[in-house]
Design a protein. Structure first.
Lengths: 415, 415
């Protein structure tokens, strides 16, 4: 066996947004939640993590680079994932390169990992979910692990709870599980990304001038101090989860929207009921909600669902392209870019929606009228940093194109 | 009996701020709440309603003027109060003026009512609480009603729920009651205003650019749509009420502060859990909370309790003058007046605290340093409209000085 060979795999994983929220653990180490959660996977074409994992006898220690910067793997979460995936490593043979790794060899071999998010971490778009899912998926491929996505999700879960939901496309449910050891706390796919093809998602990345409370400490404080959290977990979420699954399976947008908005608001209500109180949404977030609520009510039937995670960003899910175009017009009216920003950097992702909305440049934005249901709507330029347009998307995939690898195939260090 | 005589009484009533919140009715007509509430009465020297009530055979109909403007008395709330107080009217004799009103005469006699708040309605400082309490108290005096303050509070309650708590000074509890007819839903005094003399209250009147959801419709929407409200009412508030009474009786500020802040946050959490969600607090409110939480934690023991009603105004209760002075310094540092405002209009009410804080003019404000626990605190000039400084205060009183009457003693019309 040559001492310097390098075996590599590169994977790409999507991120996901919860529509029934995970907030609160019953076990901090294993990351076991107090209730089920359901999410929609976002199209990795617009938001994804790419991870290259490499193994070589030449590597002296496990190392990881995130967005080009070396980071420490000593933390419990990384260690748990590495340990659990290594346990399941099997024999790997690359006949072309003349490499054979026995199951027992894996214990002695070290890994190099490079990961890259195509969206800013500061944008509060759940980069750890995509990150840990990608790490586990890529290592599973490298190590020829037999386990399926659900079983892999139970490993990714130990890196970051919501990561388990990024092992699938479409709509995904993280079953809370009952076992103490968390073996039954894993993700399953409810429907794939083609099931509800009409949906269009616009994310408003809202200017955030303050450091957010981290999800990990925030939800721990909520479990410890919110008198409403247990009631939510025991009484409200179980019923909502069933209704949400129904709504998704039936493509019942009215119910989907009602549940999504209610659950987002209740999650933030529990944050407010925490000591000290946690405010993730700000005035801009509230304004967006008010506008959407007004529009939905004026139309009689909901056009858009909103949901917010642990930050001020709005994730807006429109029932179809037509509603998405009308939503975009409303958003651009109320939240135009600062005068020195061009439209091309202000709306990113799936830009085809701009055509549907009749918006090709800044002149079209300036020409927008206030929406009929809110004729006294004011403008708040600069309150939104930019918008990302996307769709429900597919799950993790292996990238066979070697040019996309983040590590050099010879040295095993970042390119 | 002369046809033109006018009999008048003038009363002054304080307003109150709930520290255990009332939010949600079990009966809309009788205004019966889903849980107990507890409040602190504010010093009427700084915030009060003055009401003159007059009766005369010359009056053709019941009429009312609020802050100089005539308003209709046809609404259910006014009608309920007038009907209930009239039921209890007794014989009245003014020997000096040679006037005698038999009990049966009251049915046919009409009333003129003039009311004035010495604080703006737009300030969101619960003017209806003080208003209805004053109306009922003044009429009770005019009509020689026998009932005591608690029984009168059951009438004021039918005008505006929180009005019942303004029939007493100090700390007051509105017992939710069990009876269907609301006869046992009334206010009692827990302790008078001298019991906890150290407390000092600073109200930050926060700029509000939007029309608030009214309490009446807001709480109805919460009852109808919040899945957390019933849990709060049935499980949380009963325990908190007991703990709060204890804390008040023992002058246990640490417990008082913890409960007050928690209950304010939970009330707003329930508002957020409503469909559509209600946001009463804004970014400025949140900032004030964050600053207070930071300071409290840095001192080890709470210095200030905060509470917010159905609007963005912060009611800050400091444990003593020293803490109030330090609080005022912190508030003025973070929320200085705009450059065209003088200090005298920016801090109103009990201005003696300015001396304690060593702040006599704008120069002193500009010279303030950031607080030690928050060295990077930023300034937000203009985010607060003004501050009102006050103390716990006494209950309703009759004003014998005829100059203070709001109606002309001969015509019975506003002066």
């Amino acid at each position: 066996m040559g001492e310097k060979w390098v075996l590599m795999k590169t994977a790409q994983t999507p991120t996901n947004i919860a529509v029934i929220k995970y907030w609160g653990k019953r076990d901090e180490t294993l990351i076991l939640p107090v209730n089920d959660s359901i999410s929609v996977t976002l199209d990795p074409a617009h938001l994804c993590t790419t991870t290259t994992v490499a193994v070589s006898p030449a590597f002296q220690q496990d190392r990881m680079w995130l967005n080009g910067k070396e980071i420490s793997l000593s933390g419990g979460r990384y260690q748990n994932c590495l340990r659990e995936i290594r346990k399941r490593a099997r024999e790997v043979e690359d006949k072309e390169k003349g490499i054979k790794i026995e199951k027992k060899d894996w214990e002695q071999l070290h890994l190099h990992i490079a990961s890259y998010n195509n969206f800013p971490t500061a944008a509060g778009l759940a980069s750890s979910a995509a990150g840990f899912a990608c790490l586990v998926f890529a290592l599973a491929k490298l190590m020829n692990v037999e386990e399926d996505e659900s079983q892999l999700s139970a490993i990714a879960r130990q890196g970051s709870g919501s990561a388990c939901r990024s092992l699938f496309g479409g709509f995904v449910k993280w079953i809370m599980g009952k076992e103490e050891d968390g073996s039954d706390s894993l993700a399953v796919q409810l429907v794939d990304e083609k099931h509800w093809d009409d949906l269009f998602i616009i994310i408003a990345v809202v200017s955030s001038r303050q450091k957010e409370t981290s999800s990990t400490s925030g939800m721990r404080e909520s479990v410890e101090t919110s008198l409403l959290l247990q009631h939510r977990a025991k009484e409200v979420v179980p019923k909502r989860t069933i209704q949400m699954e129904e709504a998704i399976k039936s493509r019942d947008f009215a119910s989907f929207a009602k549940l999504t908005c209610a659950d987002s608001n209740q999650f933030h209500a529990v944050c407010l009921d925490t000591s000290p109180p946690i405010f993730y949404m700000n005035d801009t977030s509230h304004r967006i909600i008010s506008h959407v609520e007004k529009w939905n009510r004026s139309e009689g039937s909901p056009q858009v669902a909103y949901t917010f995670d642990a930050g001020p960003n709005a994730v807006l899910i429109a029932r179809n392209r037509k509603a998405a175009a009308q939503l975009l017009q409303r958003l651009l009216f109320s939240f135009p870019p600062n005068s020195d920003t061009d439209l091309d950097s202000y709306i990113i992702g799936d830009k085809t929606i701009l055509q549907d909305a009749g918006l090709e440049g800044m002149k079209d934005v300036e020409a927008l009228s206030p929406p009929p249901e809110n004729s006294s709507a004011q403008k708040y330029p600069g309150d939104v940093n930019y918008f990302i347009c996307t769709r429900p998307g597919k799950g993790p995939i292996l990238l066979s194109n070697e040019t996309l690898a983040l590590l050099d195939p010879v040295t095993g260090v970042p390119k």
